[in-house]
Design a protein around this ligand. Sequence first.
Ligand code: SF4
Length: 357
Amino acid sequence: MLTKGEKKEKILRVVEALKKIYPEALCSLNYEGDGYKLLVMGRLSAQCTDERVNIVCKDLFKKYPSAKSLADAKLEDIEVIIKPCGLYKMKAKNIKEEARKLHYEYNGIVPNTMDKLLEFEGVGRKIANLLLGDLYGLPAVVADTHCMRICGRLGMYKEGQKDPLKTEIIMSELLPPNEQSDFCHRMVLFGREFCTAKSPKCDTCPIKSICKDEITVKKLSKSYNSVALDLVWQVFSEFEVPVFPKEGATEYKRIIEETREKNNIIFYGAFDKKRLVGVLGMRENNHIGYFYVDSAYHKRGIGKRLFNLMRGDYEKKTFTVNAAPYGIPIYTRLGFLPTDTQQNVNGVIFTPMKYEE
Ligand code: SF4
Protein backbone atom coordinates (compact mmCIF):
# COMPACT_ATOMS: atom_id res chain seq x y z
CA MET A 1 0.00 0.00 0.00
CA LEU A 2 1.41 3.38 -0.99
CA THR A 3 1.64 6.26 1.45
CA LYS A 4 -0.20 9.46 0.62
CA GLY A 5 3.08 11.14 -0.40
CA GLU A 6 3.92 8.23 -2.69
CA LYS A 7 0.47 8.33 -4.23
CA LYS A 8 0.86 12.05 -4.95
CA GLU A 9 4.23 11.49 -6.47
CA LYS A 10 2.98 8.56 -8.57
CA ILE A 11 -0.13 10.31 -9.85
CA LEU A 12 1.97 13.33 -10.78
CA ARG A 13 4.07 11.08 -12.98
CA VAL A 14 0.90 9.71 -14.57
CA VAL A 15 -0.35 13.28 -15.14
CA GLU A 16 2.87 14.20 -16.93
CA ALA A 17 2.95 10.99 -18.98
CA LEU A 18 -0.66 11.41 -20.11
CA LYS A 19 0.04 14.97 -21.20
CA LYS A 20 2.57 13.61 -23.66
CA ILE A 21 0.24 10.85 -24.88
CA TYR A 22 -2.82 13.09 -25.20
CA PRO A 23 -1.57 16.68 -25.57
CA GLU A 24 -5.11 17.92 -26.08
CA ALA A 25 -7.31 17.15 -23.10
CA LEU A 26 -10.55 17.67 -24.95
CA CYS A 27 -13.95 16.84 -23.54
CA SER A 28 -15.46 13.96 -25.50
CA LEU A 29 -18.81 15.76 -25.61
CA ASN A 30 -18.86 18.21 -28.54
CA TYR A 31 -20.40 21.16 -26.76
CA GLU A 32 -18.61 23.86 -28.77
CA GLY A 33 -17.79 25.97 -25.73
CA ASP A 34 -21.48 26.56 -25.00
CA GLY A 35 -22.46 26.04 -21.34
CA TYR A 36 -26.10 25.41 -22.22
CA LYS A 37 -25.09 22.58 -24.53
CA LEU A 38 -22.73 20.99 -22.00
CA LEU A 39 -25.41 21.12 -19.33
CA VAL A 40 -27.87 19.29 -21.57
CA MET A 41 -25.31 16.84 -22.97
CA GLY A 42 -24.08 16.00 -19.49
CA ARG A 43 -27.58 14.88 -18.52
CA LEU A 44 -28.05 12.90 -21.72
CA SER A 45 -24.73 11.11 -21.27
CA ALA A 46 -25.92 9.15 -18.22
CA GLN A 47 -25.93 5.48 -19.20
CA CYS A 48 -25.26 6.40 -22.80
CA THR A 49 -22.06 6.75 -24.81
CA ASP A 50 -20.65 10.22 -25.49
CA GLU A 51 -20.52 9.27 -29.16
CA ARG A 52 -24.27 8.74 -29.29
CA VAL A 53 -24.94 11.92 -27.33
CA ASN A 54 -22.88 13.85 -29.87
CA ILE A 55 -24.91 12.45 -32.76
CA VAL A 56 -28.28 12.98 -31.09
CA CYS A 57 -27.42 16.52 -30.03
CA LYS A 58 -26.68 17.62 -33.57
CA ASP A 59 -30.41 17.39 -34.26
CA LEU A 60 -31.42 18.59 -30.81
CA PHE A 61 -29.39 21.81 -30.94
CA LYS A 62 -30.30 22.44 -34.56
CA LYS A 63 -33.93 22.59 -33.47
CA TYR A 64 -33.30 24.18 -30.04
CA PRO A 65 -30.14 26.30 -30.28
CA SER A 66 -30.74 28.19 -27.03
CA ALA A 67 -31.87 27.43 -23.50
CA LYS A 68 -35.04 29.44 -24.13
CA SER A 69 -36.00 27.47 -27.22
CA LEU A 70 -35.57 24.16 -25.35
CA ALA A 71 -37.40 25.48 -22.30
CA ASP A 72 -40.37 26.44 -24.47
CA ALA A 73 -40.37 23.21 -26.51
CA LYS A 74 -43.03 20.52 -26.27
CA LEU A 75 -41.92 17.61 -24.12
CA GLU A 76 -43.08 15.05 -26.71
CA ASP A 77 -40.96 16.70 -29.41
CA ILE A 78 -37.85 16.53 -27.22
CA GLU A 79 -38.56 12.89 -26.41
CA VAL A 80 -38.62 11.90 -30.06
CA ILE A 81 -35.20 13.45 -30.71
CA ILE A 82 -33.39 12.14 -27.64
CA LYS A 83 -34.92 8.65 -27.62
CA PRO A 84 -31.68 6.93 -28.82
CA CYS A 85 -29.96 8.12 -25.58
CA GLY A 86 -32.18 5.85 -23.46
CA LEU A 87 -34.29 6.78 -20.41
CA TYR A 88 -35.70 9.37 -22.75
CA LYS A 89 -38.84 10.28 -20.83
CA MET A 90 -36.95 11.21 -17.68
CA LYS A 91 -34.10 12.84 -19.60
CA ALA A 92 -36.47 14.92 -21.73
CA LYS A 93 -38.21 16.20 -18.62
CA ASN A 94 -34.86 16.96 -16.96
CA ILE A 95 -33.29 18.86 -19.84
CA LYS A 96 -36.43 20.90 -20.45
CA GLU A 97 -36.43 21.89 -16.79
CA GLU A 98 -32.67 22.53 -16.87
CA ALA A 99 -33.15 24.84 -19.84
CA ARG A 100 -36.01 26.65 -18.10
CA LYS A 101 -33.97 27.28 -14.99
CA LEU A 102 -30.92 28.29 -16.97
CA HIS A 103 -32.79 30.81 -19.09
CA TYR A 104 -35.30 32.20 -16.62
CA GLU A 105 -33.27 32.13 -13.40
CA TYR A 106 -29.69 32.51 -14.63
CA ASN A 107 -30.16 34.50 -17.79
CA GLY A 108 -28.58 31.70 -19.82
CA ILE A 109 -25.28 31.70 -17.85
CA VAL A 110 -24.37 28.40 -16.21
CA PRO A 111 -23.57 29.11 -12.53
CA ASN A 112 -20.05 28.44 -11.28
CA THR A 113 -20.60 26.84 -7.89
CA MET A 114 -21.26 23.24 -6.97
CA ASP A 115 -24.23 24.13 -4.75
CA LYS A 116 -26.05 26.05 -7.45
CA LEU A 117 -25.37 23.45 -10.11
CA LEU A 118 -26.73 20.68 -7.91
CA GLU A 119 -30.06 22.55 -7.82
CA PHE A 120 -30.53 21.81 -11.52
CA GLU A 121 -32.72 18.82 -12.17
CA GLY A 122 -30.73 15.76 -13.17
CA VAL A 123 -27.35 17.30 -12.35
CA GLY A 124 -25.20 15.27 -9.97
CA ARG A 125 -21.65 15.91 -8.77
CA LYS A 126 -20.09 14.28 -11.82
CA ILE A 127 -21.76 16.65 -14.28
CA ALA A 128 -21.37 19.61 -11.92
CA ASN A 129 -17.62 18.95 -11.80
CA LEU A 130 -17.50 18.61 -15.56
CA LEU A 131 -19.16 22.02 -15.89
CA LEU A 132 -16.95 23.69 -13.27
CA GLY A 133 -13.77 22.32 -14.80
CA ASP A 134 -14.62 22.86 -18.44
CA LEU A 135 -16.48 26.12 -18.36
CA TYR A 136 -14.62 27.86 -15.54
CA GLY A 137 -11.27 26.07 -15.29
CA LEU A 138 -11.92 25.34 -11.62
CA PRO A 139 -10.37 22.39 -9.79
CA ALA A 140 -12.81 19.55 -10.40
CA VAL A 141 -12.49 15.78 -10.40
CA VAL A 142 -15.01 14.12 -12.67
CA ALA A 143 -15.34 10.71 -11.05
CA ASP A 144 -16.72 8.81 -14.01
CA THR A 145 -16.32 5.13 -14.68
CA HIS A 146 -12.90 5.54 -16.36
CA CYS A 147 -11.45 7.70 -13.62
CA MET A 148 -12.74 5.36 -10.88
CA ARG A 149 -11.44 2.22 -12.55
CA ILE A 150 -8.01 3.49 -13.58
CA CYS A 151 -7.15 5.34 -10.38
CA GLY A 152 -7.97 2.16 -8.48
CA ARG A 153 -5.69 0.13 -10.73
CA LEU A 154 -2.97 2.71 -10.19
CA GLY A 155 -3.17 2.07 -6.47
CA MET A 156 -4.73 5.37 -5.40
CA TYR A 157 -7.34 3.39 -3.43
CA LYS A 158 -8.65 -0.14 -3.31
CA GLU A 159 -9.07 -1.47 -6.83
CA GLY A 160 -12.69 -2.09 -7.75
CA GLN A 161 -13.99 0.70 -5.54
CA LYS A 162 -17.09 2.10 -7.21
CA ASP A 163 -18.08 5.03 -5.04
CA PRO A 164 -17.81 8.22 -7.14
CA LEU A 165 -17.87 10.54 -4.14
CA LYS A 166 -15.02 8.66 -2.44
CA THR A 167 -13.05 8.75 -5.69
CA GLU A 168 -13.67 12.46 -6.06
CA ILE A 169 -12.57 13.24 -2.51
CA ILE A 170 -9.46 11.07 -2.65
CA MET A 171 -8.35 12.24 -6.09
CA SER A 172 -8.94 15.91 -5.40
CA GLU A 173 -6.46 15.61 -2.53
CA LEU A 174 -3.90 13.77 -4.62
CA LEU A 175 -4.07 15.69 -7.89
CA PRO A 176 -2.74 19.25 -8.22
CA PRO A 177 -5.84 21.51 -8.47
CA ASN A 178 -4.90 22.94 -11.86
CA GLU A 179 -4.48 19.48 -13.38
CA GLN A 180 -7.69 17.85 -12.21
CA SER A 181 -10.05 18.68 -15.05
CA ASP A 182 -7.63 17.86 -17.88
CA PHE A 183 -6.50 14.71 -16.10
CA CYS A 184 -10.07 13.43 -16.06
CA HIS A 185 -10.53 14.09 -19.77
CA ARG A 186 -7.32 12.21 -20.46
CA MET A 187 -8.52 9.35 -18.27
CA VAL A 188 -11.46 8.90 -20.62
CA LEU A 189 -9.19 8.71 -23.69
CA PHE A 190 -6.72 6.46 -21.92
CA GLY A 191 -9.47 4.24 -20.52
CA ARG A 192 -10.87 3.66 -23.98
CA GLU A 193 -7.53 3.05 -25.64
CA PHE A 194 -5.50 1.13 -23.07
CA CYS A 195 -6.90 0.69 -19.60
CA THR A 196 -10.18 -0.78 -20.77
CA ALA A 197 -12.69 -2.19 -18.29
CA LYS A 198 -12.27 -5.72 -19.60
CA SER A 199 -8.80 -6.98 -20.53
CA PRO A 200 -6.68 -3.82 -20.10
CA LYS A 201 -3.84 -3.69 -22.60
CA CYS A 202 -1.06 -3.75 -20.03
CA ASP A 203 1.53 -5.18 -22.45
CA THR A 204 1.39 -2.15 -24.71
CA CYS A 205 0.37 0.39 -22.07
CA PRO A 206 2.56 3.51 -22.29
CA ILE A 207 2.40 4.08 -18.52
CA LYS A 208 3.02 0.48 -17.57
CA SER A 209 6.36 1.31 -15.98
CA ILE A 210 4.64 3.81 -13.69
CA CYS A 211 1.59 1.67 -12.98
CA LYS A 212 3.50 -1.48 -12.14
CA ASP A 213 6.49 0.26 -10.67
CA GLU A 214 7.41 -1.10 -7.32
CA ILE A 215 9.94 1.59 -6.61
CA THR A 216 9.09 3.78 -3.67
CA VAL A 217 10.81 7.00 -2.75
CA LYS A 218 10.98 8.42 0.74
CA LYS A 219 13.01 10.40 3.18
CA LEU A 220 15.51 8.07 4.83
CA SER A 221 15.70 7.65 8.56
CA LYS A 222 19.09 8.22 10.18
CA SER A 223 19.67 4.48 10.38
CA TYR A 224 20.26 4.57 6.62
CA ASN A 225 22.91 7.27 6.78
CA SER A 226 25.94 5.05 6.51
CA VAL A 227 24.38 2.86 3.77
CA ALA A 228 23.40 5.97 1.84
CA LEU A 229 26.83 7.49 2.21
CA ASP A 230 28.55 4.32 1.04
CA LEU A 231 26.41 4.33 -2.10
CA VAL A 232 27.01 8.01 -2.65
CA TRP A 233 30.67 7.39 -2.31
CA GLN A 234 30.63 4.87 -5.15
CA VAL A 235 29.62 7.74 -7.42
CA PHE A 236 32.10 10.18 -5.94
CA SER A 237 35.00 7.81 -6.27
CA GLU A 238 34.11 6.88 -9.84
CA PHE A 239 33.79 10.46 -11.02
CA GLU A 240 36.34 12.16 -8.88
CA VAL A 241 39.32 10.09 -9.85
CA PRO A 242 40.21 12.40 -12.71
CA VAL A 243 39.78 15.40 -10.43
CA PHE A 244 41.36 14.33 -7.16
CA PRO A 245 44.34 12.06 -6.71
CA LYS A 246 43.42 8.92 -4.80
CA GLU A 247 44.49 10.29 -1.40
CA GLY A 248 42.50 13.45 -2.12
CA ALA A 249 39.32 11.46 -2.69
CA THR A 250 39.79 9.53 0.53
CA GLU A 251 40.35 12.72 2.39
CA TYR A 252 37.22 14.20 0.86
CA LYS A 253 35.14 11.22 2.01
CA ARG A 254 36.50 11.62 5.50
CA ILE A 255 35.47 15.26 5.52
CA ILE A 256 31.95 14.44 4.38
CA GLU A 257 31.61 11.82 7.08
CA GLU A 258 32.88 14.17 9.72
CA THR A 259 30.67 17.02 8.73
CA ARG A 260 27.41 15.33 7.80
CA GLU A 261 26.05 15.54 11.34
CA LYS A 262 27.08 19.14 11.61
CA ASN A 263 25.63 20.01 8.23
CA ASN A 264 22.40 18.22 8.96
CA ILE A 265 22.56 16.19 5.76
CA ILE A 266 19.24 14.60 4.97
CA PHE A 267 19.11 11.66 2.60
CA TYR A 268 16.21 10.75 0.36
CA GLY A 269 16.15 7.25 -1.05
CA ALA A 270 14.49 5.15 -3.74
CA PHE A 271 13.84 1.50 -2.97
CA ASP A 272 13.27 -1.38 -5.31
CA LYS A 273 11.46 -3.74 -2.95
CA LYS A 274 13.96 -3.70 -0.08
CA ARG A 275 17.06 -2.51 -1.93
CA LEU A 276 18.21 1.08 -1.97
CA VAL A 277 18.66 1.99 -5.65
CA GLY A 278 18.88 5.77 -5.51
CA VAL A 279 20.03 8.35 -3.01
CA LEU A 280 19.91 12.10 -2.93
CA GLY A 281 21.44 14.02 -0.07
CA MET A 282 20.70 17.57 0.90
CA ARG A 283 22.48 19.82 3.34
CA GLU A 284 20.93 22.70 5.13
CA ASN A 285 20.33 25.74 2.90
CA ASN A 286 19.00 23.47 0.16
CA HIS A 287 22.45 22.56 -1.02
CA ILE A 288 22.31 19.29 -2.89
CA GLY A 289 25.60 17.56 -2.82
CA TYR A 290 25.19 13.80 -2.45
CA PHE A 291 23.70 11.44 -4.96
CA TYR A 292 23.64 7.89 -6.26
CA VAL A 293 21.52 5.99 -8.74
CA ASP A 294 22.00 2.31 -9.50
CA SER A 295 23.03 2.08 -13.15
CA ALA A 296 20.07 -0.18 -13.98
CA TYR A 297 17.74 2.60 -12.90
CA HIS A 298 19.22 5.61 -14.66
CA LYS A 299 16.40 5.89 -17.15
CA ARG A 300 13.56 5.39 -14.72
CA GLY A 301 13.25 8.95 -13.52
CA ILE A 302 14.43 8.24 -9.99
CA GLY A 303 16.36 11.50 -9.85
CA LYS A 304 13.28 13.47 -10.74
CA ARG A 305 11.17 11.58 -8.25
CA LEU A 306 13.63 12.19 -5.44
CA PHE A 307 13.76 15.87 -6.32
CA ASN A 308 9.99 16.09 -6.39
CA LEU A 309 9.77 14.45 -2.99
CA MET A 310 12.35 16.85 -1.64
CA ARG A 311 10.61 19.80 -3.24
CA GLY A 312 7.35 18.73 -1.61
CA ASP A 313 9.00 18.49 1.78
CA TYR A 314 10.75 21.81 1.59
CA GLU A 315 8.29 23.70 -0.56
CA LYS A 316 11.25 25.35 -2.21
CA LYS A 317 11.35 25.94 -5.89
CA THR A 318 15.08 26.28 -6.21
CA PHE A 319 18.05 24.35 -4.91
CA THR A 320 21.70 25.10 -5.07
CA VAL A 321 23.92 22.52 -6.67
CA ASN A 322 27.60 22.19 -6.10
CA ALA A 323 29.22 23.38 -9.30
CA ALA A 324 32.63 21.84 -8.79
CA PRO A 325 34.10 20.79 -12.15
CA TYR A 326 32.69 17.27 -11.87
CA GLY A 327 29.32 18.29 -10.38
CA ILE A 328 27.34 19.15 -13.47
CA PRO A 329 28.35 16.15 -15.61
CA ILE A 330 27.48 13.78 -12.78
CA TYR A 331 24.13 15.38 -12.10
CA THR A 332 23.17 15.40 -15.74
CA ARG A 333 24.35 11.84 -16.30
CA LEU A 334 22.36 10.57 -13.35
CA GLY A 335 19.24 12.33 -14.53
CA PHE A 336 19.07 14.85 -11.70
CA LEU A 337 19.57 17.85 -13.96
CA PRO A 338 18.55 18.78 -17.49
CA THR A 339 21.30 18.18 -19.97
CA ASP A 340 21.53 21.86 -20.92
CA THR A 341 22.14 23.06 -17.36
CA GLN A 342 24.56 25.98 -17.33
CA GLN A 343 27.36 26.25 -14.87
CA ASN A 344 28.57 29.47 -13.37
CA VAL A 345 31.28 30.44 -10.95
CA ASN A 346 29.22 30.32 -7.81
CA GLY A 347 27.00 27.38 -8.49
CA VAL A 348 23.85 26.50 -10.30
CA ILE A 349 20.33 27.35 -9.39
CA PHE A 350 17.71 25.21 -11.01
CA THR A 351 14.06 24.48 -10.71
CA PRO A 352 13.44 20.76 -10.59
CA MET A 353 9.99 21.00 -12.14
CA LYS A 354 11.38 22.59 -15.28
CA TYR A 355 13.52 19.82 -16.50
CA GLU A 356 12.40 16.96 -18.71
CA GLU A 357 13.63 13.44 -18.60
S1 SF4 B 1 -0.49 -1.14 -16.98
FE1 SF4 B 1 -2.54 -2.02 -17.30
S2 SF4 B 1 -3.68 -1.58 -15.42
FE2 SF4 B 1 -1.88 -0.21 -15.43
S3 SF4 B 1 -2.62 1.67 -16.37
FE3 SF4 B 1 -1.74 0.43 -18.00
S4 SF4 B 1 -3.46 -0.71 -18.87
FE4 SF4 B 1 -4.12 0.08 -16.86
